[in-house]
Design a protein around this ligand. Structure first.
Ligand code: ADP
Ligand code: ADP
Ligand code: ZN
Length: 220
């Protein structure tokens, strides 16, 4: 990998650990686009595309959208011009099949992943974070009722947009998504460890502490 080649970095970790929050901060520092599979599905849903409607049935119950649909969507996103310099991937890959597909798609272009930033925290921490999550309807910025409140209640600091609780942010879906993560996504930790790509970050840190730990890793 040449120093000027595109950089592909993955944020891996359970739902609610803070991947999206950190991605928003890192994307500016690294000048890389934030490619979040969940955001891509939600954009499709908002635009009522066939893909969005197909994904909704899975998202609503906290299940993973099938690999073929998800892989095609993300590979297509990575082929867009703004990803020429690489991407910060958030929420993808979530299965071994997705990780393999990503590795293959990058290899076909002569590229490879630079690193996988693995953020983990216990389930009680995840549930407390997910339970207070509010998202901007307009720009997707993420807030927390207690840990990261907006300056004006119900309004986005960035764009003034309305904050809402995601349809899949319910206590039952949270538990289901954490279980799905343990079953289908956690195996990626060893998969990437074997490839010597994994860097572990303490997910119990506060938002600024986690950013500092991540920046120290990716800018090193
Ligand atoms: P969170 O930030 O809470 O982890 P996401 O926004 O990443 O949630 O994902 C929301 C939902 O979108 C998931 O529960 C799943 O249904 C679907 N989804 C997102 N990314 C993937 C993926 N890589 N593979 C399969 N399904 C996905
Ligand atoms: P993920 O993308 O991993 O699902 P999010 O970035 O959406 O996680 O964060 C989940 C919730 O937790 C949000 O409400 C966010 O404001 C809050 N949050 C994120 N990181 C932290 C942190 N380090 N400490 C406390 N709350 C956090
Ligand atoms: Zn906003």
């Amino acid at each position: 990998m040449g120093e000027t080649g595109p950089r592909y970095i993955v944020l891996l970790g359970p739902p609610g650990v803070g991947k999206g929050t950190q991605a928003e901060r890192l994307t500016e520092r690294l000048s890389l686009p934030h490619v979040a599979s969940g955001d891509l599905f939600r954009q499709n849903l908002k635009a009522e595309t066939a893909l969005g409607l197909q994904a909704k049935t899975y998202m609503d119950r906290g299940a993973l959208v099938p690999d073929d649909i998800t892989i095609a969507m993300v590979v297509d996103r990575l082929a867009q011009p703004d990803c020429a310099a690489g991407a910060l991937l958030d929420g993808f890959p979530r299965t071994v099949a997705q990780a393999q597909a990503l590795e293959d798609a990058l290899a076909q272009q002569g590229h490879a992943l630079e690193t996988v930033l693995y953020i983990d925290a216990p389930a009680d921490v995840l549930l407390a974070r997910l339970g207070g999550r509010w998202t901007c309807r307009q720009c997707g910025a993420v807030y927390h009722l207690l840990f990261s409140p907006p300056r004006v209640a119900g309004r986005c600091d960035e764009c003034g947009g309305e904050l809402y609780q995601r349809a899949d942010d319910t206590p039952e879906t949270h538990r289901r998504r954490i279980a799905v993560y343990q079953e289908q996504t956690a195996p990626l930790v060893d998969w990437y460890k074997t490839r010597d790509l994994l860097t572990e970050i303490d997910g119990t840190l506060d938002i600024d502490g986690m950013t500092a730990a991540l920046v120290a890793t990716v800018e090193a």
